[in-house]
Design a protein around this ligand. Structure first.
Ligand SMILES: Cc1ncc(COP(=O)(O)O)c(C=O)c1O
Length: 384
């Protein structure tokens, strides 16, 4: 058994899925499933208007149209009550992105998909270990994909995994990989290995903001393997997009997955601590239905006033504040109209972009980090 097969089967077993397929990044996994489903020009894919542009690229690469639906303010997930008005005879896929780790309302989404004969794909890039009515996220839709990029629930530097319980789909994905997938270059693999070593040694909550600035600068200069190249900010597929996971990522993944349950337990414990401390500081408690969902958050989202000021001050105070989905199709540089997003289309998503920061929960964020972070953030008021 190759190391690739080993990682895929360990992941599949852990997710209780019959098959798993690894890729260079999660966006490649998403592309593989859309292509296998035969998504082509004229088709429409429904997704949340609070996402990452790299998630929209695969839809555009295949000539299909992304159709955005606004979010629910509490969970930051697609609002199921708004989906049906966006369905047309061309709609083929409904993408359920479990944002920050909160599971989408899968009962409503499944009912809509069944009524209109749509395929559900789950985007689990920010969601590892969350459950919906006791079921692991990723096991409800026809297929689901996970990301192991730097900020994700666990990291192999870059990386993506697809799971499916549909035998036919699995066969077709394997066929696509056999015929079209390319290998990463030696330079990419060596750079990624070096970056992973630096990350594991030097990146801690106090150094994150500085490291991120340096990483973005070096990515633009082409000196490091960035999460996204500048070519990926255009909806045109590059020749080497459909790439396999490298041996460096596989070995890192095999190590990380051993610690996954511990990682999940840590995230839940730290999220509860944030809950307690933030309420003491006058922030409203999180709102979600505890009898239905058990979220494992990738980062702890919080709405505040004066978000820009907080982020600026946090960097100099050595406090790790994140800001994701700074526009409906993160990051902020995205030319929205090229991706069929018109300003004002998803008002709740745009409001969330303006107000929401996220707090660290990863294994290097200790209780002390949580106390420091809350102390810092309590200088700011909650956004209403
Ligand atoms: C919600 C979501 N889906 C998909 C992706 C794409 O993941 P990857 O960078 O592994 O391609 C991202 C990237 O950050 C994301 O935030």
């Amino acid at each position: 058994m190759t190391a690739t097969n080993q990682f895929e089967s360990v992941f599949a077993r852990w997710m209780q899925a019959p098959s798993a397929f690894s890729f260079w990044k999660a966006r490649v996994a998403f592309y593989s499933v859309l292509k296998t489903l035969g998504i082509s020009p004229g088709d429409e894919v429904i997704l949340s208007g609070y996402t990452c542009v790299m998630n929209v690229n695969p839809i555009k690469y295949l000539g299909a149209k992304p159709v955005y639906v606004d979010i629910e303010p509490d969970t930051f997930n697609i609002n199921p009550n708004l989906i049906e008005s966006k369905i047309t005879p061309k709609t083929k896929v409904l993408l359920a992105q479990h944002t920050y780790g909160y599971p989408c309302d899968m009962d409503k989404i499944t009912a809509i998909a069944e009524k209109h004969n749509l395929t559900i794909i789950e985007d689990c890039c920010l969601c590892l270990g969350s459950t919906y009515k006791g079921r692991k996220m990723g096991t409800i839709g026809k297929a689901a994909y996970f990301s192991f990029q730097w900020n994700k629930p666990f990291t192999t530097g870059l990386g993506g995994m697809l799971i499916t319980s549909d035998e036919l789909l699995a066969k077709e994905i394997q066929r696509l990989r056999d015929t079209e997938m390319v290998q990463p270059s030696l330079k990419e693999v060596i750079l990624l290995a070096a970056q992973l070593a630096v990350y594991r040694t030097f990146i801690y909550p106090r150094t994150t903001a500085l490291a991120q600035q340096l990483f973005r600068f070096l990515t633009k200069k082409g000196v490091v393997v960035g999460s996204s190249s500048s070519a990926e900010f255009e909806p045109i597929m590059t020749a080497d997009f459909f790439k396999a996971m490298s041996s460096v990522q596989i070995h890192s993944g095999l190590n990380q997955i051993k610690k996954a349950e511990q990682n999940i337990a840590h995230r839940k414990e730290m999220a509860l601590l944030y809950d307690q401390l933030l309420v003491q500081k006058g922030f409203p408690p999180r709102q979600y239905d505890k009898s239905v969902i058990d979220p494992v958050l990738v980062r702890y989202p919080l709405r505040i006033k004066e978000k820009d000021k907080a982020i600026e001050q946090a960097a100099s105070a050595g406090v790790e504040l994140g800001s994701w989905f700074e526009c409906p199709l993160h990051p902020i540089e995205t030319p929205l109209e090229k991706y069929d997003y018109i300003s004002g289309m998803c008002p709740e998503a745009e409001k969330a972009s303006r107000e929401t920061i996220n707090l660290p929960l990863h294994p290097r964020a200790s209780k002390k980090t949580v106390y420091r972070t809350v102390e810092f953030i309590s200088q700011f008021s909650p956004a209403k």
